[in-house]
Design a protein around this ligand. Structure first.
Ligand SMILES: [Zn+2]
Length: 309
């Protein structure tokens, strides 16, 4: 997470009607499948954090990238490297987004994304368990679940490099991976295939509290929060409004519906954020399970609307 401005504003209500007739059999089959395991995601988190600080361009990030690719290959999920060189305040830095692609019955794409690098700090070792680790671990477990299913929509799980600023977060320092990907998808014409983007960031916090993001697309935010309430997880998804500038913004600015699921209440007064306190013991498998189930329920709602088109 890079920066936030608080804006306590009322959310817009979006009315989305969904028809569930004829889907009961499919849902029954899915209910019998092994679901999202917060325990497996937590094991991934521990493996990634064990590489130490993982800033962009570092050998430790290259090792965690190899681990992510290894886990995806074990799950049978094809993954592409999206290599680029970022112009940063510290000079040119090679970066790599990883894009796991799960083809569905339809060509329309829903992206679920998070960043996998950690912010560079020279004065202390920052291992970023929650900030950088949790989103990557979450995506690995989501890939395993989606790989076992026949999916209606095509899913791309994107592990962004370069979310964090090298100095101060500005329009040109930070969000390197997401800005690059949106530019590339715009240039090659693929952005029009992307129907929605769900971003996760700092969702491993043992005291889970995800607020509504004013910068996110209202109808998609409503869909996520309604799914959370339906699953009995409403208390973890607060109606308090914040405004986050995160990897969803290049998509929002390009006209793609996107939502940022971010818990920016990490420790007392957010005191674990970007500090040596951001360690695995502050995270919980239960938080991964909750967010995993909510994201999967949201994806299923998006698949229902795709069927109706
Ligand atoms: Zn951060």
């Amino acid at each position: 997470m890079s920066r936030l401005r608080e804006a306590r504003l009322l959310g817009l209500l979006a009315v989305c009607g969904f028809v569930s007739l004829g889907l009961a059999a499919c849902q029954d089959a899915r209910a019998a499948e092994p679901g999202f395991s917060g325990g497996r995601a937590f094991a991934d988190l521990k493996r990634l954090v064990a590489f130490g600080p993982r800033p962009s361009g570092s050998p430790a990030l290259a090792k965690s990238r190899q681990e992510i690719v290894r886990q995806l290959q074990q799950a049978g999920v094809p993954v592409e490297d999206d290599n680029f060189v970022a112009a940063t305040p510290l000079g040119s830095v090679p970066m790599t987004n990883l894009i796991a692609k799960l083809p569905g019955a339809r060509p329309q794409v829903v992206i679920v994304a998070g960043h996998y690098e950690t912010k560079r700090f020279d004065d202390f070792p920052f291992v970023g368990a929650n900030d950088g680790g949790s989103s990557a671990a979450f995506l690995l477990e989501l890939a395993r679940v989606l790989a076992r299913r026949k999916n209606e929509l095509t899913f791309w799980l994107v592990f962004f490099d370069g979310e964090e600023a090298f100095e101060q977060f500005t329009a040109t320092d930070g969000l390197y991976g997401s800005r690059h990907l949106v530019a590339r998808l715009t240039a090659n014409g693929e952005l029009s295939r992307v129907e929605a983007m769900i971003l996760v960031d700092m969702i491993g916090d043992a005291k889970l509290n995800i607020c509504r993001d004013y910068n996110s697309t209202p109808w998609l935010t409503d869909l996520v929060f309604r799914s959370a309430r339906r699953l009995g997880y409403g208390r973890y998804f607060s109606d308090e409004q914040r405004a986050y500038e995160d990897d969803h913004m290049p998509f929002v600015n390009a006209g793609v519906s996107a939502v940022d699921l971010l818990d920016f209440d990490y420790g007392p007064n957010n005191s674990y954020w970007h500090t040596p306190q951001d360690t695995v013991d502050k995270c919980s498998p239960t938080s991964f399970t909750i967010v995993g189930r909510v994201v999967l329920a949201t994806l299923e709602e998006l698949e229902k609307t795709a069927r109706l088109k």
